[in-house]
Design a protein around this ligand. Structure first.
Ligand code: SDX
Length: 462
């Protein structure tokens, strides 16, 4: 048990007796002092609370970790009530105005803004690692023509681990650095290869003369021209979008990277776990789902009926709501400011009118207001991606590219954290106990597992 005067490792003052919980177990009448530090109590401090010597002791129960801190981190700060987002203490609005995605990636990973020399070296390294092994093309060609690009990105990201076996030396800083450079450099190449495969177009190799976003646009859209010349307004818009998507503290995919990475697997495999988690429609897949939702609504006249459907739980208002933000997602606000700049180049996306009216009506509706549901980062981003002529199933790939730097930063921080151990949660067991085996001829049918003939097999999918 912590004594009364306990120094915290957060650099704060000495704890006083008031920095604790006094807990009484009414089953036994026993009382316990549980230390409070950094606004938390340690779950393990509850294990001492038992009803008998052979009692395992109390655990905490928190499915989805809605109120559980899994780590200490200095990378991203979010104030959900105030709608504040900072990376290493720098407000996202200032980074979008003054910085670049690669500079923010450096900031996330190495903890401070780079000097001019450090940034030039960082950009040079990334620019010169954008190629992937030629064998990667064989993996991509093994997919159906209509394979979802997130499925292809998931596979090819994991496959990278087989080309860089030394990345298993996760304690070597040089290996950690090279994994960061290679992952950040190659994600746009893997994404563009997946896109070109879907269209049956030849792959476009990286062009080292172009910026990071410019090179991505070239690998995506270059056709017969000798040299692709990206529109600087689109380069800037992409760069800002990628800054906005770079990191977001312990979100679902970052938690996946940390959990998988805690087994000390190589960083490519850990990041592949992040790609898999981001793929889900409740997470990174929401930007694609927003566009499909806007298509389903069709016109602003249909918005009232759609919102009634949401309130009856028949629909979800995709791109709205957030586990942490109970205010306007600051990233959505910045994206909305950049929408018009993109439309100057691409032409206006008429779905913006539906999105703006949908937001207005939702924010005027008690159902959404009382649940503190506001637009999140995914609500407007898809409109820009669609205006860039990207297909909806590539939108989440556009999220995965920049989130790679956040995943790598969080993975490194975890590796350097002395408190890190392999992630292995407990459970509340609800199943049967100590059953005797039943010979098969004495069993009665107790389960209704769907048999093959009842499961829908789409003949087109084989
Ligand atoms: C991202 O964590 C991160 O930081 C993620 C992210 C990042 O950068 O990594 O910010 C990126 O994933 C953004 C979120 C993208 N997802 C969506 O837009 C999908 C739609 N949103 C919802 O599914 C939902 O809001 C979540 C998943 C984002 C958050 O869900 P929570 O925190 O578990 O909240 P909840 O489901 O408990 O909802 C609370 C209430 C419920 O109503 P009641 O049952 O209490 O009456 O709000 C309702 C929910 O039904 N609700 C919604 C809603 N979101 C929540 N109702 C309708 N539409 C919605 N979008």
């Amino acid at each position: 048990m912590a004594d009364e005067q306990t120094r915290h490792d957060d650099g704060g003052g000495v704890a006083t007796a008031s920095d604790s919980l006094s807990v009484t177990d009414n089953r036994t009448g026993e009382s316990y002092e549980i230390e409070i530090s950094d606004g938390t109590v340690k779950a393990m401090d509850f294990r001492q609370i038992k009803v008998s010597e052979d009692d395992f002791g109390l655990m905490t129960y928190d499915p989805a970790f809605t109120n559980t801190a899994s780590c200490r981190s200095a990378i991203t700060y979010i104030d959900g009530e105030a709608g504040v987002l900072e990376h290493r203490g720098y407000p996202i609005e200032q980074l979008c105005e003054h910085s670049s995605y690669l500079e923010v990636a450096y900031l996330l990973i190495y903890g401070e803004l780079p000097t001019r020399e450090q940034l030039d070296e960082w950009v040079f390294e990334i620019t010169h690692h954008t190629f992937v092994h030629e064998n990667i093309k064989k993996f991509v060609e093994g997919f159906r023509y209509d394979a979802h690009p997130m499925g292809m990105l998931l596979a090819t990201t994991g496959a990278l681990s087989t080309f860089y076996p030394d990345a298993k030396n996760i304690d070597e800083d040089a290996e950690r650095h090279m994994a960061a450079v290679r992952l950040i450099a190659k994600m746009p190449t893997l994404a563009a290869f997946a896109y070109r495969h879907n269209l049956g177009l030849p792959y476009v190799y990286p062009d080292n003369d172009l910026s990071y976003p410019g090179n991505f646009l070239s690998m995506m859209f270059k056709m017969t021209e000798v040299k692709y010349e990206p529109d600087p307004r689109l380069e800037k818009a992409l760069d800002v979008l990628w800054i906005l998507h770079a990191d977001h503290e312990q979100n679902c995919s970052t938690s996946a990277v940390r959990s998988v990475g805690s087994s000390q697997v190589d960083p490519y495999s850990a990041v592949a776990a992040g790609v898999a988690a981001l793929y889900g429609p409740l997470h990174g897949g929401a930007n694609e789902a927003v566009l499909r939702m806007l298509d389903q609504i069709g016109t602003t006249e249909n918005i009232p009926d759609f919102l009634e459907g949401v309130k009856k739980r028949e629909e979800k208002l995709m791109g709205f709501g957030h586990r942490v933000y109970k205010n306007y997602d600051p990233r959505a606000r910045v994206i909305k400011e950049h929408v018009d700049a993109v439309f100057e180049v691409t032409g206006r996306n008429p779905k913006l009118d539906i999105a703006v009216e949908l937001e207005k009506r939702a924010l005027d509706d008690e159902f959404f207001v009382e649940r503190k549901l506001y637009p999140n980062v995914d609500f407007y981003s898809g409109l820009i991606y669609e205006a860039l002529n990207l297909p909806p199933d590539l939108f989440t790939v556009m999220f995965a590219i920049p989130r790679t730097s956040g995943w790598i930063a969080q993975w490194r921080e975890m590796q350097e954290d002395p408190e890190t151990k392999i992630a292995r949660p407990r459970q509340i067991y609800t199943g049967g106990r100590e059953k005797d085996y039943v010979p098969i001829d004495q069993r009665e049918k107790l389960t209704d597992k769907p048999s093959a003939e009842t499961s829908l097999i789409d003949p087109g999918k084989g």
